[in-house]
Write a protein that binds this ligand. Structure first.
Ligand code: PLP
Length: 407
């Protein structure tokens, strides 16, 4: 059976796009098969994709959505986070982990990070959570200068597995238990990582993975939420589908919802990508190892630490830190001119213009985050890199560092 509305040129266009993305034949065929069938959305592929995530992570529920950001937003709704509620999180992340709180007019309260890993600083997080829960004067020092509102109920923790590495999630769970907080784990960079033998994304009440093309697996755009909570899972399934609860007809909407559905082509791609996940992760690990071997001892460069608690590291990006005194931007520009694409990583969230405007943040508020933001550079990284390509990048870095004017 052929989908009536699809012209041959549509199918050919998709085929060209997938070939250009460098995807293997299995991926290509599975997507083209969807295009030849009757369901482009809400068909069997999304269910199959979700099933692979239940099997891979051990989660009771997996909910496919059309981006990691959409997934995080649904977790915020499911956790009952409302306008004025406080949520402790990190300013050293991709903006989405904070933005999903702003979507609900909740207040992100930042805690600075650990210089070695880029992950949220646990002793400070514990102090902040206890102070905020106590309220009054103690709470004051953690709040932004403006925009905190008056509700001031600490509701949740939103840790991020930065660059693929989970923070100390046992400590975070303990803290959440002590204060009755929900934990949303942003694992959008960490599919395949393990913390003390447990899957990243499964370490809080809710976890979210993302599948933009630079992530460990891709669906073009997409994400998956995992949770063991039946009620939350049903609610998030309804919200993803325009707020339709089970039993609602197409034009009945029990809740205020969204169109966060993942289409069938994307889900089909996800299914075949997940069949190759071990191969993809192993290749990325090999590339990271080639970089480690060449960069660990290079003067002027520091590498992020991988903690003993990270029993398996799933590499999302390879980020180096230049030593203090080295002009990162000059290095980046020189590498760029040499044809090596590099990117500063991350830009502190609290200093984004809309955050400054709303909460009155200033440079110096989260010094470790700002320092890492100034010194960090993501260098080329993907599962298709060869050792020769890695060597070329490293040679270019060595050459640029040597050519820098000596301080
Ligand atoms: C990629 C990413 C997301 C989600 O990204 P989408 O583009 O919405 O899929 C969220 N948080 C972090 C830390 C990420 O790296």
């Amino acid at each position: 059976m052929s989908y009536p509305d699809l012209a041959d040129s549509d199918r050919q266009g998709m085929q060209t796009a997938l070939r250009q993305a460098g995807l293997p034949d299995d991926d290509l065929r599975s997507v083209l098969k969807v295009l030849d069938g009757p369901n482009l959305s809400m068909g069997p592929q999304i269910a199959a994709f979700e099933k692979t995530f239940c099997e891979y992570t051990g989660a009771k529920h997996a909910i496919g959505v059309n981006s990691g950001t959409a997934g995080l937003h649904l977790c915020v709704r499911a956790a009952g986070i409302q306008a004025g509620d406080l949520v402790l999180t990190t300013p050293f992340s991709f903006v989405a982990s904070t933005n999903v709180l702003l979507f609900e007019n909740a207040v992100p309260v930042f805690v600075d990070v650990d210089e070695r890993t880029g992950n949220i600083n646990i002793p400070r997080l514990v102090e902040a959570a206890r102070d905020l829960a106590a309220g009054g004067k103690k709470a004051e020092k953690w709040l932004p200068r403006t925009g905190a509102g008056t509700t001031r109920r600490l509701k949740a923790l939103l840790p991020v597995d930065v660059f693929g590495q989970p923070p100390d999630m046992d400590a975070i769970r303990l803290l959440a238990g002590e204060l009755g907080l929900a934990v949303i784990e942003d694992s959008c960079e960490a599919l395949g990582s393990e913390y003390k033998g447990r899957a990243a994304g499964r370490l809080g009440d809710y976890g979210v993975y993302a599948f933009y093309p630079n992530k460990q697996i891709t669906t073009g755009e997409g994400g998956v939420i995992v949770t063991d909570d039946d009620k939350a899972a049903n609610f998030m399934r309804a919200l993803r589908n325009q707020g339709r609860a089970p039993g609602d007809t197409w034009l009945q909407h029990t809740f205020l919802g969204y169109n966060y559905r993942l289409d069938e082509m994307s889900a089909a791609l996800g299914v075949t990508q997940m069949q190759r996940i071990e191969e993809l992760l192993a290749k990325r690990e090999q590339v990271a190892k080639w970089y480690d071997e060449r960069l660990a001892e290079l003067p002027g460069i520091e590498l992020y630490a991988v903690e003993p608690s990270t029993s398996r590291m799933s590499w999302f990006v390879y980020v180096v830190k230049f030593s203090k005194g080295i002009d990162r931007d000059a290095v980046a520009q020189a590498l760029d001119s040499a044809g090596i694409p590099v990117r500063p990583y991350f830009a502190p969230i609290h200093l984004q213009p809309y955050m400054v405007e709303r909460f009155g943040y200033r440079p110096g508020d989260f010094p470790v985050t700002e320092d890492l933001g100034k010194r960090g550079l993501a260098i080329p990284f993907s599962s298709v890199m060869t050792e020769k390509m890695v060597e070329q990048v490293c040679q270019a870095i060595r050459a640029v560092l040597q050519a820098l004017p000596k301080p």
